[in-house]
Each structure stands twice: as C-alpha cells, then as structure tokens.
Write a protein that binds this ligand. Structure first.
Ligand code: AMP
Length: 459
C-alpha cells in the first residue's frame, strides 16, 4: 500500500514494562516485554522494511523516561531518514510527543554539543547512543530549535519528520479517544494506520486495508493463530457477565458467524488456554475468502482505560466503597458517583465525580486532605496494572475527585431520562462519555482534588 518503505527507517517508540518473579523464579512479563527480550526479536535478521531508529539496548532500558529520551533523540538525529512513526498503542505515542514538547531544549542541546544529557544514567543506553552523538551537529540543532521553539505544535510531526508516510498505532477500542490529539500533532495530513489486533493470549487479526480511516478498521482473523469460537450476543450488545456459564452448544465456530451480528471472542490457544473468554466484543463486518472480519466494539465491562490499564465497573465500585469509609469516619456520606477518563492532558487520568453530603449541622468547607486521602485510597485499591501505569510507567496521571453541588446527580438523571432512559429503570451510569452529561457535571463542580502521591506498587 505504501511504496519505498525499504528506503528509510521507522521511529517506533517501543518500551518494556516492569516485570516480576513467581515464587519459583519464573519471570512474569507482559507479552511485548517478553517478545522484545526474546531471541526472535534480538537476533532478528536485518530487514530493510523493519529498520528501526531505536537501538535494542534503548528499547530494553527499564527506565521508561530514559528510554523515551534516547529513542526521541535517535529519531531526531535521523529525521530525514524516518519514513514511519508509531508505537504499539496510540497512548504511548502521544505520551512520547508530549515528552518531546517538554524536553526538546535538552534534546536539541545534546545534538548541538554532541553529548548525551547526564540524566541518562543507564550504561547500556549511554553506550548505544555514542554512535548517534559522535560529533556536535549545530546545523541540525538550529533546524530543530526553529521548528520546536518558534512554530506552533499543531502539525509539528510533518515538520520534524518531513518524509514520514504514515503514523502507526492501535487506534481502535479505547485508543480511539486519542485520534483527535494525533490529528492535532500530525496536522491531519499524515495517514493514521492501525494494522493489528492482538493480545497476551494470542495474536488475533490484521487490518487488510491499512489506509482506511481508523473508524472504519476491521480486522481479518488469522485462523492459524488459535482456535476461535464466539458467544453470540443475542440482544445486540447485551453481554453475559463473567460468572455466567455459557453452554458449549451456544458457541458458534469461526466459519458460522453472521455479518452484522455481535459476538464475544473465545480462544483455545497453543499454550493451553481452553475456551478462554478474552473479554472482547466484536461485530462481523464481512469475509475475506471464508475468514470473517470483525470490527472491535469494546472490551466487556471495561469502563475506564487510559493506557494498558483496564478498569471494570466492579473494580471501580470496590475502590470507591473502600474510600468512602474515610468520608464516613469524618461525618460525610457519598451520595452518588460516576467516572470519566480525561485524556485532554497527557498523560490522561481518571476523574471521579462525587456528590457528598455532610451529616453534621451547618455547612463546613471540605477538608482538602480528606479528599486527597480518598483519591489515594481509590488508587491503592485499583489493580496491579493501573498502579504500575501510575507509579512506574507514568502513563496515567494522578486520579482526580471533582466534588459536585447538591442535586447534580438528579440533574444528570433528568438529562438522561430526557434523552430516552427509562425513569423506572434508571441507574446512575458509573462512567460517562463526553457530551452533554459531562458538560452538565462539569458545570456543577465546586472543588477538585488530586492524589498527592503515587499509589503503592511493587514488582
Ligand atoms: P492484553 O490483555 O494487555 O494483552 O491486551 C489485549 C487486549 O487489548 C485485547 O483483548 C483488546 O481488548 C485490546 N486490544 C488489542 N489490540 C487492539 C486493537 N487493535 N483494537 C482495540 N483493542 C485492542
């Protein structure tokens, strides 16, 4: 689809995640970390079409800030040769561009004087970077300074990397929330390409029309990757809950799915998962030969996700239930809550809207420390991946509680009922999407509080 890709390089920003050991000493790693550390990746043959600007040593650096700094530096030094930009997930790519926005002065200075910033302390990174900064390069530094320091950041990607042909990242599912920001930095002129649908359990599918719009992406299942079966979702999007046992007779095989219908994905993998419910909801859009093609609809139950974190309603509810005890000990009760993933800043963060009532006489202002303790309590109860994203990867920002005025949730109900919700069966949505509901709640915010520190997280 894109010619000439073998004549240049890809600035793909790839990162390893922190890992841990089981009691018997087996490493527990995310699938991509495992891949980057494997001989398949490290001893790969030279391939003109997969020539990355980032050296392997830099990709493998356990400190994501140092890794990001060095990877951006390599990409800037090689800016005329870079034909593709990307990362696995759109969130990681944007985080790196925002990092560039904050650190471009240091990066330009390193290029100008031909010396790596002393904040990069990882020995392997320093060694790997020697070749990139062998000599001072004031001409390149002047060009970069002109672009980063004197022009707008809208459309900057095309100016920094003038030969870039596309940007690649996962842009479907929860990652779709990052498309507007990517369009801002690309100026809407660089195609956004989303090629793969995969997971820790198995590789699933590829997009055979890589230049289509991100909203039109369908994945063609690769039938040799695992044994694929599907639970039909009979009422359109009604999804069976995790605990519900699905009879084997309900499962539909790969060749029997029907165009337009929704299914939950079930895999049996070569590594031994048997009829495992991945949790993804897919809709059939067509067939390639006899293989079905699917649109990714959503991850079952996930209501909040900024990066690789996936928080479901139950996790959120349990965390809020724990935190609200702190309020109750101080004569306040939590009347209602909902949440929202705020990605208007990078990194994005979870926002909770809380309506609080005092059980004491008289109106006293809320103690900021009390609400900050609630923020941290919610975060401490969220799962390992969330806490790793917050404390280690820094890919999720501090959680925020926005306190709303009395009656805000009644107003929310009125709005949703006026939009068609049944008044009898109305339940406060535990997550709201952008639009009128968000606007309404934001207009009722009386105070906002952030977690004062990272949640506990240990490898
Ligand atoms: P993990 O469990 O961390 O391996 O993440 C795998 C999950 O990420 C999948 O089951 C999907 O929910 C999500 N995912 C992976 N690729 C895509 C994609 N191309 N579009 C939307 N969601 C994706």
């Amino acid at each position: 689809y894109v010619s000439g890709l073998g004549e240049g390089k890809a600035m793909y920003l790839l990162f390893v995640k922190a890992e841990t050991l089981t009691n018997s000493g087996i490493p527990v790693r995310s699938v991509l970390t495992s891949y980057y550390k494997s001989p398949h990746f490290l001893h790969r043959k030279h391939d003109l079409y997969n020539n990355y600007t980032s050296p392997d040593e830099v990709i493998l650096c356990p400190d994501s800030q140092q890794s990001m700094y060095c990877q951006l530096l390599c990409g800037l030094v090689e800016r005329q040769h870079v034909l593709r930009l990307g990362a696995v997930f759109a969130s990681a790519f944007l985080r790196s561009i925002s990092f560039l926005e904050q650190h471009w002065c240091d990066l330009v200075n390193d290029i100008r004087i031909g010396k790596l910033n002393s904040n990069v302390t990882n020995t392997e990174c320093r060694l790997a970077m020697e070749g990139f900064l062998a000599l001072p390069n004031p001409e390149l530094a002047d060009e970069l300074e002109e672009i980063c320091g004197h022009g707008p950041w809208k459309g900057i990607l095309g100016r920094l990397w003038p030969n870039v042909k596309y940007i690649e990242a996962v842009l479907t599912g929860t990652m779709a929330q990052y498309i507007p920001m990517l369009e801002f930095y690309s100026g809407g002129r660089i195609p956004l390409v989303c090629t793969m649908y995969a997971s820790s359990e198995s590789y699933f599918g590829v997009n055979l029309r890589p230049l289509c719009k991100p909203t039109d992406v369908s994945y063609t299942i690769l039938p040799n990757m695992a044994y694929f079966e599907f639970i039909p979702l009979e009422d359109g999007l009604r999804v069976t809950d995790d605990e519900e046992v699905v009879g084997n007779d309900k499962l539909v095989s790969l060749v029997d799915v029907k165009v337009g219908c929704y299914y939950e994905l079930v895999v049996t993998t070569f590594s031994g998962l048997y009829r495992y419910r991945v949790g993804d909801v897919l809709q059939v859009t067509g067939f390639y030969n006899r293989v079905p093609q699917f649109k990714f609809i959503c991850r079952r139950n996930v209501i909040l996700s900024i990066d690789t974190d996936k928080t479901n309603e139950e996790d959120l509810h349990n965390s809020v239930t724990r935190a609200k005890k702190i309020l109750e000990d101080r004569n306040h009760i939590l009347l209602e809550y909902t949440s929202y993933p705020d990605t208007s800043t990078v990194p994005g963060h979870y926002v909770l809207f809380w309506e609080i009532k005092s059980t004491c006489e008289g109106v006293k202002p809320l103690d900021p420390q009390l609400l900050e303790s609630c923020c941290i309590s919610v975060e401490e109860s969220l799962d390992y991946i969330y806490r790793r994203c917050r404390a280690h990867d820094k890919s999720v920002g501090p959680l925020e509680i926005r306190v709303v005025e009395a009656g805000a949730f009644d107003a929310l109900m009125d709005l949703l009922v006026s939009q068609g919700s049944s008044i009898n069966q109305y339940k406060t949505p535990r997550c709201i999407e952008s639009g009128l509901a968000l606007k309404l709640l934001n207009s009722k915010v009386t105070a906002s509080f952030f977690s004062p520190r990272d949640p506990e997280w240990t490898v």
